[in-house]
Design a protein around this ligand. Sequence first.
Ligand SMILES: Nc1nc2c(c(=O)[nH]1)N[C@H]1C(S)=C(S)[C@@H](COP(=O)(O)O)O[C@H]1N2
Ligand SMILES: [Mo]
Length: 224
Amino acid sequence: MLSMLGLGAAGLLTAPHLQRGLEAFLGSAADKDPTGLTGLLPNGGGFRYYSVAASVPRKGPDTYRLTVDGLVDRPATYTLDALRALPQTRVVHDVQCVTGWRVPDTPFEGVRLSRLLDAAGVRSDAKAVRFTCFDGTYSESLTLQQARRADVMVALRMRDTPIEHAHGGPVRLYVAPMYFYKSAKWLSGISVTSDVRPGYWEERGYDVDAWVGRSNGRGDTPTV
Ligand SMILES: Nc1nc2c(c(=O)[nH]1)N[C@H]1C(S)=C(S)[C@@H](COP(=O)(O)O)O[C@H]1N2
Ligand SMILES: [Mo]
C-alpha cells in the first residue's frame, strides 16, 4: 500500500515535466498533444510525431552539417546552403508507417542520395550505407542498390515547405518505397560501409528490407 502511494506521487510529479518537455520541443504550436512522444502533430495532416530521443537540438543554416564518409574516395561535409544549391528532385507518394497510419500523396523534395554517393566516389568493396542522426540515437541503413534508387533522397522539403524540426528538419532521409521508419529524421551522417548494419528499430524486430506491402507481415498497398 505504501509503495503504491509512492508510485502515484512519483507519477504526479513526473507527468508535468514530461508534458513541458514535449511542448518545448514542439515549440509555438497551439495544438499540443500531452499524451507523449507519439502524439498527433499539430497541423500534422495525419502525421504522427515519433522520436526515440527525449529532446533533439534545433539546427539551422549556421549549425547544420551533413557528413559523407566511410568507404569513399572523397569524404565531404555539406552545409544546408550547399545542399540547397544542388539539383532538387520531387516525388509524391503515400507515407506508410509500419504501425498502420498512412498519409496519402505527400510531396518530398531534396537531393537524390545517389548524387551525394557519386560525388563522394563509392569504393568497389562497399555494399551498404549507414545513416546517423543528430538526435544522438537513431540510425538506419540501406544496401547500396536501394540507396541508389531515384526515389531515395536527402530531403529538405516536405509537403511543399521546409521540413520543420518536429518532422526531422532541416534534413531527413526519405525512402519512398519503404515503411516510414527508414526515413531517418535529423539526418547528420551518411557512411558507406561493407555490409548492412540493422538500424534502431531493426535491432528491435522490424525488417531491414522494409518494402511497403512486402515486409513486416503487413499487406499495405505500395504506391511506389
Ligand atoms: N531520428 C529519428 N528518425 C525517425 C524516427 C525516430 O524516432 N527518430 N521514427 C521513424 C518512424 S517509426 C516514423 S513513422 C517516422 C515518423 O516521422 P514523423 O515524426 O515526421 O511523422 O520517422 C522515422 N524516422
Ligand atoms: Mo513508424
